[in-house]
Write a new protein. Sequence first.
Length: 266
Amino acid sequence: MILKGKKGIISGALDESSIAWKVAERCNEEGAEFTLTNAPMAMRMGKINELGEKCNAEVIGADLTSIEEIENLYEESLSKMNGKIDFILHSVGMSPNVRKKKEYGDLNYDWLNKTLDVSAISFHKMLQVAEKNNVLNEWSSSVALSYVAAQRTFPFYSDMAEAKSLLESIARSYGYRLGKLNNSRVNTISQSPTITTAGSGISGFQAFFNYAEKMSPLGNATADECANYCIFLFSDMSKKITMQNLFHDGGFSSTGISEDIIEDFS
């Protein structure tokens, strides 16, 4: 069990289709101890308490845009696990503009600020509070989930693209800072389009999914496969990987065009 003895916090598990849910299951299988967190509204909508029972993990509600609630999350987690944190998963994202189907040229800027705060700045807040309160063990690993729309334009992804770009920048900047502080690592995973409750809510998602499946030489990476990658990044086998945006997408990000796509247009 490659995570035996490690302690962590996993955010964003909604239901069985969530990547965070799969990560929690795999962390449990690999011997880790962890707490689960999500926003109170998401907790009411999802099944996180069921996951907590399955993994013997404490569920601690927290709005990750709130410094006070993050401080409480760390305080309760350290008390529950009787030790500091070895790994963090940030799997939180939301865009009111996308939900309300606002065109990119007609964004509500208050909603844009909310998108950035929930989907990216919350990661900075988690890391900043962790640093200020000295809750991270040496060689800790923090991972946030991203998407290739941070580098390329995808219609209908709207202001979530800006959020993912900011998320990846935060990982680089805080990865340097925490690396110098206590050898902690910070990375993002740019995951294939994945059939989750959150992902499926994006307009045109099924077309995104099918296109990426045909473009990628290995096909889309599944939620289970992403969970395995997270386990590797939480483990001591990845001790010198930091400040990276790691593409976990079956080769999509490096492929110009595929035979399958050509056949569709022939």
